[in-house]
Design a protein around this ligand. Structure first.
Ligand code: EPU
Length: 429
């Protein structure tokens, strides 16, 4: 278990500018997609986060050559990869390792990957991924926690997703991009990172049309060649800083964003009494600190993202009135609620609905139960009176690049205490 902690003294309004990094959920799909490419892929705007290091490490161990060009650019060449099996101990640690199945199937018509790990929101099935692979002609079995998929040759097909799934949409695209014929994915997810993966594949020579709509058409091509690609900015990191600015009564210019991707978040912040001004590649968030109730329902894109739910809940804890959050994507995304209660939040959960009564928060020791729950703790800590200590921050570091430094540069009183520091502190106490 990670012993590092984040310590925040709340009450400082955030002011200034912050630069958003590349999108985590695009990077963790685009990097394994490089398996399909014969030749070097230079990928820019790669976020420096643990999930990205992990997926790069997995590719490296499978025979990819990896060159770090600068802090956000990596060159990956999988031409010499000969193994269609991913290393178990690493792939179990992250959700996105399931993209290795689609990419390996697309390249070798074979894949062996452990069932994925990642945040715990209750059951996280992958039946739609498997349905897609089988429709493309693969035989798939899951034994002792390992997924085996294989075909003599993948063949294009029409696939209707029973559930709108980001992962299944991307995984089927990866498997189908080199399959002979025309594959159609109906009821596809439309998240910005799906468009980004399709753009990456197209820039390497693929023929994918319709990404960003619910009908994706893939014309199988024989080969993908190397090239350069820049990952889009992270919608959820941007949203997290927007909410952090809002809860502290701050004024922050959130830079390197695509404002269109943030519309549902901007709209909910406006409902809560916050001003959001859009520029070409930035949004300015201005808050008086007086927040009012809002109702939120999470939905697939372009709806309000489930990955912004815990952060928005933290904000609504201090908003005047009664707010309601309806989580419609995941069965159990409320594990953060008990932690917010430690800070004094007044939240009741019934099934997929949380009812939040606005109040004041005060500092306490809490844990990051998962990635976005951890971001919610940071946001709540910035608004709470006194000191908040956040434990198990490895979850946060899986998905946020330098969150403490970025917040510090905006005037937050925040620091990370490393394992050795915390052990010393315990001894001194
Ligand atoms: N679902 C199925 N069957 C499947 C796949 C999904 O029933 O085969 C259901 C899920 O149980 C869920 C819904 O469909 O109720 C949506 O799941 P989806 O497949 O879209 O989620 P995912 O691909 O596993 C990605 C993000 C998550 C984000 C969700 C929803 C990555 C690596 N993860 O997960 O991001 O919550 O989409 O937008 O892209 C995060 O970044 O913190 C995070 C958890």
């Amino acid at each position: 278990m990670c012993l590092d902690k984040i310590v925040i003294v709340g009450g400082k309004p955030l002011k200034g500018e912050v630069e958003i990094s590349g999108a985590k959920n695009a990077a963790v799909a685009i990097i394994p997609a490089a398996i399909l490419v014969e030749g070097p892929c230079r990928i820019e705007n790669v976020p420096q986060i643990k999930d990205v290091s992990l997926i790069i490490d997995i590719l490296y161990r499978m025979g990819a050559s990896v060159r770090t060009i600068d802090k956000s650019t990596v060159e990956i060449d999988c031409s010499k990869m000969r193994i269609a099996a991913a290393p178990s101990e690493l792939s179990r640690k992250m959700r996105a390792s399931y993209y290795l199945i689609g990419a390996l199937l697309g390249r070798f018509s074979q894949a062996q990957v452990d069932l994925p790990g990642g945040c715990d929101f209750g059951v996280r099935p992958i039946d739609q991924h498997i349905k897609g692979f089988e429709a493309l002609g693969a035989k798939v079995k899951v034994e002792h926690g390992i997924i085996y998929a294989g075909a003599n040759e993948l063949k294009a097909n029409n696939i209707y997703l029973d559930v709108v799934s980001v992962g299944a949409t991307i995984n089927i695209m990866l498997a189908a991009v080199k399959a002979k014929g025309h594959t159609v994915i109906e009821n596809a997810a439309k998240e910005p990172h799906i468009v980004d993966v399709a753009n990456f594949l197209n820039s390497m020579g693929a023929d994918v049309k319709g990404a960003g709509t619910d009908l994706i058409k893939i014309n199988g091509v024989a080969r993908l060649y190397g090239g350069n690609y820049t990952i889009i900015p992270d919608q959820i990191e941007a949203g997290t800083f927007m909410v952090a600015a809002a809860i502290t009564g701050g004024e922050v210019l959130v830079k390197n964003v695509i404002p269109k991707h943030l519309e549902s978040i901007s709209a909910k912040l406006s409902d809560a009494g916050v001003d959001v001004i859009e520029y070409d590649e930035a949004v300015l968030v201005k808050s008086s600190g007086h927040l009012t109730k809002a109702n939120v329902k999470t939905l697939p894109y372009p709806g309000f993202p489930t990955d912004m739910h815990p952060q928005m809940a933290a904000l609504l804890c201090v908003a005047e009135g009664t707010s309601i959050i309806n989580e419609s994507v995941w069965d159990n995304r409320f594990r953060y609620v008990d932690e917010l209660k430690r800070l004094g939040a007044n939240i009741q959960v019934d099934g997929k609905i949380a009812v939040i009564e606005g109040t004041k928060l005060s500092g306490a020791t809490v844990k990051a139960c998962d990635l976005r729950a951890g971001a919610a703790m940071v946001i709540a800590g910035l608004a709470a009176n006194g000191t908040t200590v956040i434990e198990e921050i490895d979850h946060i570091e899986r998905g946020y690049e330098n969150i403490t430094d970025k917040l510090k540069s905006l005037g937050a009183d925040i620091k990370k205490i490393s394992t050795t520091d915390s052990l010393m502190a315990e001894k001194i106490v």
